[in-house]
Design a binder for this molecule. Structure first.
Ligand code: AHM
Ligand code: MG
Length: 345
C-alpha cells in the first residue's frame, strides 16, 4: 500500500531542508492548514445553513461582502493569532493591516498577506472558491509593525500557496522547494500529499479571460485573443476558452493542464482588478516555482514594487510559452502581422 503523507508530516520532514530553521515557518504553515479546514467545513455547508447572502457591509474595494468572507477572514486571523508565528496580517477584508497582539506572538517574525475567500460571489451558485496566501519575513521584527513592512516585492516571499474549495479541497504551497499539492481526505480530516512536485506545462491550449470586457481591453490583448482563436495545426490552435471567474480555480486548472489566465487593464480599470499583495504575488511565486511565468503584460509580477496594501495590477499568468507570446502582443510586435502560424518564427 502506498504511504499516505499528511501535510503535517510533510512540513516536518521538509523542515530539515532548512539547517537553521527553528520550525517557525512550519508552524505557520500548519496554522494556515488548520484555518483552511475550518473554512472548508463552512463552505461545504453553504447550501445547508443560513450563512449565504450578503452581510451588508462593503470592503475597501467597495464590493459587497458575503458572510462567508467574514467567517473565513476571522478564521485566518484567529488561527494565525493563536499560532504565535505571525506579526501582522494584510487581508482583502481589512482596510488596514491587522497587528497580531496575542501573548504567544510577541517574538513573531512573519507577515501574512491573505485573500481569505476569493471568488466569493460564486458561492451562491456552488462554484469553486479559494484562499490565497503569501508569507514574508518582517524586515525588522523589533521595530513597530508598519504598512511599509508589508510593501516588499514578491521575490522576497518565503512561502505562498492557495486552498481550492472545489469538487475536492486542496492546499497547494511552495517554500521555493517545489510546489506540492495536498488533497483533504474528509474521512480523516487531513490534507494528504496527492500532487508532489507540480509542474506547469511549458505551453497549453487553454486561455482564460473575461471576454465580456473585450471592447475595453488594450489592443495587445485583443490581438492575442484573436491569435488564440485562429486555426493553426502546428500550435494546436484554436485554443479552448475556459473562464470560471474564480481566480484560484482558473489558476489551478491552468497549472495542472497548461494554459494562460489574463486579467488585463481595461479602459474602466487601468490597473485591472486583481490585487498585487494577496492575489497576484502568491500565485506568481507558485507559478514560477512550477516552471511557468507571471507578468503584468510588460514586466515580471514578482519585481513590482508595492506602494499600498490593496493595490491592483494587470495579470498574465500560466505556461511560460503562452505568457511570453501574450507579452509579444502587448509590446505591439505583431501589429499588422498575420495571425496564422507562429508570427515569431
Ligand atoms: P474577489 O476578490 O472580489 O472575489 O474578486 C476576485 C475574482 C477572482 O476570483 C476572479 O478571477 C475575478 O474576480 C473575476 O472577475 P470578473 O468577474 O470581472 O471576470
Ligand atoms: Mg479576491
Amino acid at each position: 500500500m502506498k504511504r499516505v503523507i499528511t501535510l503535517g508530516q510533510f512540513i516536518i520532514e521538509r523542515q530539515s531542508d532548512f539547517p537553521y530553521a527553528k520550525g517557525e515557518l512550519s508552524r505557520l504553515l500548519r496554522d494556515i492548514g488548520i484555518a483552511a479546514k475550518l473554512v472548508n467545513r463552512e463552505v461545504n455547508k453553504a447550501g445547508l445553513v443560513d450563512i449565504l447572502g450578503e452581510h451588508g457591509t462593503t470592503n475597501i474595494q467597495g464590493e459587497r461582502v458575503k458572510k462567508l468572507d467574514i467567517y473565513a477572514n476571522e478564521q485566518f486571523i484567529a488561527a494565525l493569532g493563536s499560532g504565535g508565528e505571525t506579526r501582522g496580517i494584510a487581508s482583502e477584508e481589512n482596510d488596514e493591516l491587522v497587528p497580531i497582539t496575542t501573548a504567544v506572538s510577541k517574538n513573531a517574525k512573519y507577515l501574512v498577506c491573505v485573500d481569505p475567500l476569493d471568488g466569493s460571489s460564486n458561492i451562491d451558485v456552488n462554484v469553486s472558491v479559494g484562499t490565497v496566501f503569501s508569507i514574508y519575513r518582517s524586515t525588522d521584527s523589533s521595530a513597530p509593525l508598519s504598512e511599509a513592512d508589508f510593501l516588499q516585492k514578491g521575490v522576497d516571499q518565503v512561502a505562498a500557496g492557495y486552498v481550492i474549495y472545489g469538487s475536492s479541497t486542496m492546499l497547494v504551497y511552495t517554500t521555493r522547494r517545489g510546489v506540492n499539492g495536498f488533497t483533504l481526505d474528509p474521512s480523516i480530516g487531513e490534507f494528504c500529499l496527492s500532487h508532489p512536485d507540480m509542474k506547469c506545462p511549458e505551453t497549453g491550449t487553454m486561455y482564460s479571460i473575461n471576454e465580456g470586457n473585450y471592447a475595453r481591453f488594450p489592443e495587445g490583448v485583443k490581438q492575442y485573443i484573436k491569435y488564440c482563436q485562429v486555426e493553426d495545426d502546428a500550435t494546436d490552435r484554436p485554443y479552448t476558452s475556459r473562464y470560471i471567474g474564480s481566480l484560484v480555480a482558473d489558476f489551478h486548472r491552468n497549472l495542472l493542464m497548461g494554459g494562460i489566465f489574463i486579467y488585463p487593464s481595461t479602459a474602466k480599470s487601468p490597473q485591472g482588478k486583481l490585487r498585487l499583495l494577496y492575489e497576484c504575488n502568491p500565485l506568481a511565486f507558485l507559478i514560477e516555482e512550477a516552471g511557468g511565468t507571471a507578468s503584468d503584460g510588460h514586466q515580471r509580477i514578482l519585481e513590482l514594487t508595492p506602494t499600498s496594501l490593496h493595490q491592483r495590477t494587470p495579470l498574465f499568468i500560466g505556461s511560460a510559452g503562452m505568457v511570453a507570446k501574450a507579452e509579444e502582443f502587448m509590446r505591439g510586435s505583431h501589429r499588422g502581422e498575420p495571425l496564422t502560424g507562429d508570427p515569431a518564427s
